[in-house]
Design a protein around this ligand. Structure first.
Ligand SMILES: [Zn+2]
Length: 90
């Protein structure tokens, strides 16, 4: 299936969100970035689920370490890709 525009912006938004989620949860993002993430969370079940996992980790251990993110990341990515595949079935 040829798509002349190449990659989907939704994929990028999800990966971007995963990459920025620790800063987001630490309140380190500026307002524009935070708004962009919150807007994405409203429309993306996969990222909402991922954020929920991160918040669970924070609740359990007090803070989110890079190791935690790395560990959850593979799982999250799987889940996100599954979600995206469903969303694209149209
Ligand atoms: Zn997403």
């Amino acid at each position: 299936m040829a798509d002349p525009r190449g990659s989907s912006p939704d994929d990028l938004a999800c990966i971007d969100l995963v990459n920025k989620v620790t800063e987001y949860l630490d309140g380190k993002l500026d307002e524009g970035q935070r708004e962009r993430i919150e807007r994405h969370l409203e429309v993306c079940d996969g990222c909402r689920a991922a954020l929920d996992q991160f918040q669970t980790v924070i609740r359990l251990v007090g803070r989110l370490t890079p190791a935690d993110v790395a560990r959850i990341d593979a799982l999250t990515r799987d889940r996100l890709m599954a979600m995206l595949r469903v969303a694209r079935r149209r």
